[in-house]
Design a protein around this ligand. Structure first.
Ligand code: NDP
Length: 323
C-alpha cells in the first residue's frame, strides 16, 4: 500500500469535508493510504506521526477546534515529515500569508494543494518561481469552479490544444444570489441562506464585491496564457441591491484581444441557446474553445464545499501518483 503524509491548514466547510473524504478513502483500502501528520484551524493545531482523522473531525464538530493546543505553529507542524501541505484557509487580503507559507513548504520538500485563491491571485509569479526553485509542485483545482474539473482537464485532456477562449460560471455565491434576486428575493436574505448552505464564506464580502471571481480570473488567465497578472490587471464587478433579469449570470471570460490576454468577470444576460445559461442554480461550469479539441463544455449539477473538497483530494491523489 502506498502511503502519503499530509498537513491540512483550515478545517472549515471545505477542510472538514477533505478530512471526511480522506477517511472514507482510507477505509476503502484500495492502493493509497493518506496519513494526516498535522492539522490546524484559526486557533489551534496538532501534529503527530499518524493523527486519527475521525478524532479530529469529532473534536472539530463537538468543540469547534482541532485540539486543545492553543497555537498555530507552522514550524512545529512541519517538523513532522510530510509530503503535501493542503491550504483550506480563507483568503488573506494580499496573498502574502499564503505565499510565505507555500515557500516554507517548498523549502521543506513539500508540494502544495490549495483551495485558497489569494496567494495565487496576488503573488502568482513569486509562488511559481519558488516552486520551481525548490523543484516542488502546486496544484489548485479547487480555486476555480469548485468541484468542476478544470485544471486537470487542461493538464491531461486537451494537451494538443491551445485555448482560444474561456467562458464560465465559476463562482457559486454571486450567481446563487443574483438568480434568487431575479425571483424577487432580497440581497441580505439570500446571502444568509448561501452562508448557511456553506456556498458563501462566513465573511461573504469578497464574494459579493466580485473579488472572489476576480481572483479566479487572475489564476485562469495566468494558467491559460502564461501571464503573471495580479488583481490590478483584471476587471471584475460585484452584486448590488436591484432586480436582476432571469438570464443574468456572473460570467468570467478569458481571451486574447490583439495578442493581449484579457480577463473579465461581469454580470451579463445570456441568450437562450447559451450552454452557460442552462447550468443549474447550485452548479458551476465552463466552455472552452480550443484549436484542436473543439469546444468543450463541462459542468456539474450542484457545487459546494463537499464537491470542492473532492477536487482538493483529487489534487492530493495526482501529486501522490496514486496507483
Ligand atoms: P471556512 O471559513 O468555512 O473555513 C476556513 C478554515 O480556516 C476554518 O477552519 C478556520 O478556522 C481556518 N483558518 C482561518 N485562518 C487560519 C489560519 N491563519 N491558519 C489556519 N487555519 C485558519 O472557509 P471554507 O472552508 O468555505 O473555504 C476555505 C477556502 O476554500 C477559502 O479560501 C475559500 O475561498 C476556498 N473555497 C471555498 C469553496 C466553498 O464552497 N466553500 C469553494 C472553492 C474554494 P476556524 O475553524 O477556527 O474558524
Amino acid at each position: 500500500m502506498k502511503e502519503i503524509k499530509v498537513i491540512l491548514m483550515g478545517v472549515g466547510n471545505v477542510g472538514l469535508n477533505v478530512l471526511r473524504i480522506l477517511q472514507t478513502n482510507n477505509e476503502r483500502n484500495d492502493g493509497l493510504s493518506v496519513r494526516l501528520v498535522g492539522v490546524s484551524d484559526s486557533h489551534s493545531s496538532v501534529s503527530g506521526k499518524n493523527l486519527n482523522i475521525q478524532d479530529i473531525i469529532r473534536n472539530k464538530e463537538l468543540n469547534g477546534r482541532v485540539s486543545n493546543n492553543a497555537e498555530i505553529d507552522v514550524a512545529e507542524l512541519l517538523k513532522e515529515r510530510a509530503d503535501i501541505l493542503v491550504d483550506c484557509t480563507p483568503a488573506s487580503r494580499d496573498g502574502s500569508r499564503e505565499a510565505d507559507l507555500y515557500k516554507i513548504a517548498f523549502q521543506n520538500g513539500l508540494d502544495v494543494v490549495t483551495a485558497n485563491k489569494s496567494g495565487l491571485a496576488n503573488r502568482w509569479k513569486d509562488i511559481m518561481d519558488s516552486a520551481k526553485n525548490y523543484s516542488r509542485k502546486i496544484r489548485y483545482e479547487a480555486t476555480v469552479a469548485g468541484g468542476v474539473p478544470l485544471f486537470s482537464v487542461l493538464d491531461y485532456s486537451i494537451i494538443p490544444s491551445r485555448v482560444i477562449r474561456f467562458r464560465g460560471i465559476v463562482s457559486s455565491t454571486i450567481n446563487y444570489v443574483i438568480r434568487n434576486m431575479a425571483s424577487g428575493a432580497k440581497l441580505d436574505q439570500v446571502v444568509d441562506e448561501a452562508i448557511r448552505k456553506g456556498i458563501a464564506e462566513r465573511n461573504p464580502q469578497d464574494d459579493l464585491k466580485g473579488l472572489d471571481a476576480g481572483r479566479k480570473s487572475v489564476i485562469l488567465v495566468n494558467r491559460l496564457f502564461g501571464t503573471t497578472y495580479t488583481l490590478k490587471d483584471v476587471r471584475y464587478e460585484g452584486v448590488e441591491e436591484r432586480r436582476y433579469g432571469e438570464n443574468d449570470r456572473l460570467i468570467t471570460e478569458i481571451y486574447e484581444d490583439n495578442g493581449k490576454p484579457i480577463a473579465i468577470s461581469r454580470i451579463a444576460s445570456l441568450s437562450e441557446d447559451d450552454f452557460l445559461r442552462h447550468i443549474d442554480i447550485d452548479g458551476l461550469g465552463y466552455q472552452i474553445l480550443t484549436d484542436n479539441n473543439g469546444t468543450v463544455n463541462v459542468s456539474d449539477v450542484s457545487d459546494g464545499p463537499y464537491e470542492t473538497a473532492g477536487a482538493v483530494v483529487n489534487d492530493i491523489f495526482i501529486l501522490s501518483n496514486r496507483p
